[in-house]
Design a protein around this ligand. Structure first.
Ligand code: BGC
Length: 811
């Protein structure tokens, strides 16, 4: 089927008519890694694209400018607020405009199917309505300022294992009712200007070739008039992808289209009108983002990433979404409490996930720094147990640039003759991809200074021959590739470290020899590109010493706060998790501290559910997500109640590994079968497809208590509920009132159908009215191949997550 672009003015057609077939086809592949191909003869400028959902990284993977690092998607979504999402879209538009970026590659609106999915941190929720509404608002925020959004990844892209080749198998009902629904909501409510087709196959057909999804549903039924681009390197074919509705191959300039596609047109396999339609959609995008004709103006003087306004915005966004999971009254912390803050995540708070969502922020505030700024001497800080399996690059802050004294490092890339090619001021650089150097680099020299007392881990990461001097120590090492996967050099570079004693200031110089070895070897065939980093951090203590030190610190204080969590080893693109257990000996750390401390609060620094075997031993648990550059300030504000952590969970937390409705992410004979159908997350738990969870989607205590009364149905199609909610606690608070529907049809899962949020002062009440979303009353009739409507009978549940149902109305 060939879809046509509705409501496109004829003048675009006359522009297209001036171009040869070859040129038209060239414009359907990107120009560079993150730009589209310009065509001055028709006034088409070079459209710049940038990842992606938690900050606008710019045109480079690592080498870009410093930009704001936002809280991650699950943390933002935990506010259950379209206003918040729209605000975030607007702020990202500012970040984009500062860098002259036209399209931001987000939001990610795949669903939290299996909790093992490595990329869930980028996506909002397990619920399609919540995901779709938040996405639509985020798109509005961006596009209102003339910056394009890009919904990704279309579709059934919920896991990372073998992501470029795996096939997601799901029935049409599950596809329509669940995984396409967020795309449908966003397309119909906010008209996004682009969509990204995923890496995976869907029911045996590549997502980039999905005539059924792209042409039939998205461009046909939903009348999407934007552009569909491929995920990076995802396009496998010319004719089938072009006919299947893919408009643009990214990245460029090389790719599978070009001459092959032109030949396919000449051979009659692809109609020229299909090529014209793809190009027309590119021109429509260009017109929307101001890259057709007179180039747009980008405003000057927008807030910088370290400006006071950004700091305040990012702190508030992060703290608002933080979620109180349990609390026996110990939170918010009282004014005089002395606190033993414990854990590697307290000193190295993880503020973002790994992969293409990463950005280069100006700074990252740790929980230790944040709490110390608020509570001063009342806080002691104790490093906890090791949380990583692999070495990690040095953090600016722990390392400083010896030339400037600023957080970071000094790196010089030189050529064969020792001439300087480029200098950087950070401990991680990319060679070969980002640098646009006139000549290949032969050497990279890293210089940094640390100040530490005790054991430190020093080393280097990246494929090269290295010479390293740190204080009085010197070592030479050849760091080799460990696999033939070129992605290793960028996503998981190998490393070498030593542990040494530091006493005060220490200067580190590491020199990477990047020249290929004569005759190859040493993995040097991969040296044309890759990440290079300096490693420097406090060395993890042996387990016994770490536990004993933490226990002693906990005993000395009124209260212990243990910060635990995941790192970018688990929450990352390209890799799935294998367990929800906290890595390393973090569970043992919490139990040991809880046994010794008078009271214990656990802060979970992770975007997705973790197991909590120690839950009954502690007094409160605050889920803090991946909170962005202001993370530590936000955690401190949430713990002390300066800002209410008023989040509600966006994903159901199970009690154990695999105690969920959908678990496996490893393809079997190439396929992951979505056999649980539409019963993912809370829907499956509620239907008894998995044991009762630890915490339901929608759960979150905030810092107040609530009474619900006067619940009435004020309309029926679709149902509208009215209720009074009374803040019975001692402080002003925000309540998220949620409505679920359990249809009478036995094969239908319970589902979220609407919600609203209210801010109510202590002791006061508010009347809320929630109209259920009519789309949640549809079912896909796969026999008739169309939507039909549920009987409408069943039960409406007014709830604070399905573990706390406050009223039931029979329909
Ligand atoms: C990711 C996309 C991202 C693209 C460009 C891909 O690996 O799947 O989400 O936008 O890279 O960086």
């Amino acid at each position: 089927m060939t879809a046509t672009t509705p409501s496109v003015a004829d003048d675009l057609d006359s522009l297209i008519a001036t171009l040869s077939l070859e040129r038209k086809v060239e414009l359907l592949t990107g120009h560079t890694t993150f730009t589209m191909t310009p065509e001055p003869s028709i006034g088409l400028g070079e459209i710049a694209l940038s990842d992606g959902p938690t900050g606008v990284r710019g045109l480079k993977f690592t080498g870009g400018r410093q930009v704001s690092l936002f809280p991650n998607a699950t943390l933002l979504a935990s506010a259950w607020s379209e206003e918040t999402a729209e605000l975030v879209g607007g702020l990202l538009a500012e970040e984009a405009m500062t860098q002259h970026i036209h399209v931001v590659l987000g939001p990610t609106i795949n669903l939290h199917r299996s909790l093992l999915g490595g990329r869930l941190f980028e996506a909002y929720s397990e619920d399609p309505l919540l995901t779709g509404k938040i996405a639509a608002a985020y798109v509005r925020g961006l596009q209102r300022r003339g910056i394009g959004a890009c919904l990704k990844h279309l579709v059934a892209n919920e896991s990372e294992t073998l992501r470029n080749s795996m096939n997601s198998r799901l029935d049409e009902t599950t596809l329509r009712e669940l995984y396409l629904l967020p795309f449908e909501i966003a397309v119909t409510e906010s008209q996004p200007w682009s969509i990204m087709a995923a890496y995976n196959d869907v029911n045996g057909v590549a997502a980039t070739e999905q005539d059924h999804v792209q042409n039939g549903i998205v461009k046909g039924e939903w009348k999407f008039d934007g552009l569909i681009m491929s995920d990076w390197f995802a396009t496998k074919t010319a004719g089938p992808a072009a006919n299947g509705g893919l408009d643009l191959v990214m990245p460029g300039p090389d790719g599978p289209w070009g001459a092959v596609l032109a030949a396919a047109v000449r051979a009659g396999e692809v109609a020229e009108s299909v090529i014209d339609d793809h190009l027309r959609r590119i021109l429509v995008l260009a017109r929307r983002v101001g890259a057709l004709g007179e180039p747009r103006d980008f405003p000057a003087h927008l807030p910088t990433p370290d400006s006071p306004i950004r700091r305040a915005q990012l702190t508030r966004l992060a703290a608002d979404g933080m979620t109180v999971l349990t609390n026996n009254g110990v939170l918010p912390l009282a004014d005089t409490t002395s606190v033993a803050l414990i854990g590697r995540h307290a000193v190295e708070t993880i503020d973002m996930g790994g992969g293409s969502a990463q950005v280069n922020p100006p700074y990252q505030v740790s929980a230790a720094q944040g709490l110390r700024e608020l509570l001063g001497d009342r806080v002691t800080v104790t490093d906890g147990v090791e949380v990583r399996h692999r070495p990690v690059a040095a953090r600016p802050g722990f390392v400083v640039n010896p030339l400037t004294g600023e957080p970071g490092a000094h790196v010089t890339l030189t050529d064969e003759n020792g001439g300087t090619l480029i200098e950087y001021d950070r401990p991680t650089i990319m060679v070969g991809l980002d640098d646009d150097l006139p000549r290949p680099a032969a050497r990279a020299e890293f210089r940094a200074k640390i100040t530490a007392d005790g054991p430190v881990e020093i080393g280097v990461m990246g494929i090269a021959r290295w010479e390293v001097t740190a204080g009085g120590e010197h070592f030479s090492v050849t760091v080799k590739a460990t696999s033939t996967d070129p992605g290793e050099a960028v996503l998981r570079p190998p490393a070498h470290t030593i542990t040494m004693q530091a006493a005060g200031e220490l200067e580190i110089v590491a020199v990477a020899d990047l020249r290929p070895e004569p005759g190859g070897g040493a993995g040097h065939e991969l040296l044309s590109f890759g990440l290079l980093s300096l490693i420097a951090r406090p060395a993890p203590l042996p387990l016994d010493t770490a536990l004993a030190t933490a226990v002693e610190a906990a005993r000395q204080a009124d209260l212990a706060v243990v910060v635990v969590g995941l790192t970018e080893e688990q929450e990352t693109e390209s890799v799935d998790k294998t367990t929800l257990a906290l890595p390393g000996d973090q569970d043992a750390l919490v139990s040991a501290v809880a046994a010794a401390a008078r009271r214990t609060v656990v802060v979970v620094n992770a975007a997705t559910p973790v197991l909590m075997p120690w839950l009954d031993q502690v007094d409160a648990v605050l889920w803090a997500g991946l909170p962005g550059q202001e993370g530590g300030h936000a955690i401190a504000a949430a713990l002390t109640g300066l800002i209410e952590p008023a989040g509600r969970l966006v994903t159901t937390f199970p009690t154990a590994d695999a105690a969920t409705p959908a678990w496996n992410v490893t393809p079997v004979e190439g396929t992951v079968a979505y056999t649980e159908g539409t019963f993912i997350g809370y829907r499956g738990h509620a239907a008894g497809h998995a044991p009762a969870p630890l915490f339901w989607l929608g759960h979150g205590l905030g810092y107040s208590t609530w009474e619900y009364s006067d619940v009435t149905l004020t309309a029926t199609t679709p149902p509208t509920l009215r209720a009074t909610v009374t803040n019975t606690g001692g402080r002003d608070s925000r309540e998220v009132v949620q409505v679920y529907f359990q249809p009478e049809e036995a094969d239908q899962p319970v589902r979220l159908v609407g919600w609203t949020a209210v801010l109510v002062t202590a002791g006061a009440r508010a009347t809320v009215e929630i109209t259920a979303d009519a789309r949640m009353w549809r079912r896909w009739d796969s026999t008739a191949d169309r939507w039909s409507t549920l009987s409408g009978r069943g039960r409406l549940l007014l709830a604070r997550g399905l573990g706390d149902i406050r009223a039931t109305i029979e329909l």
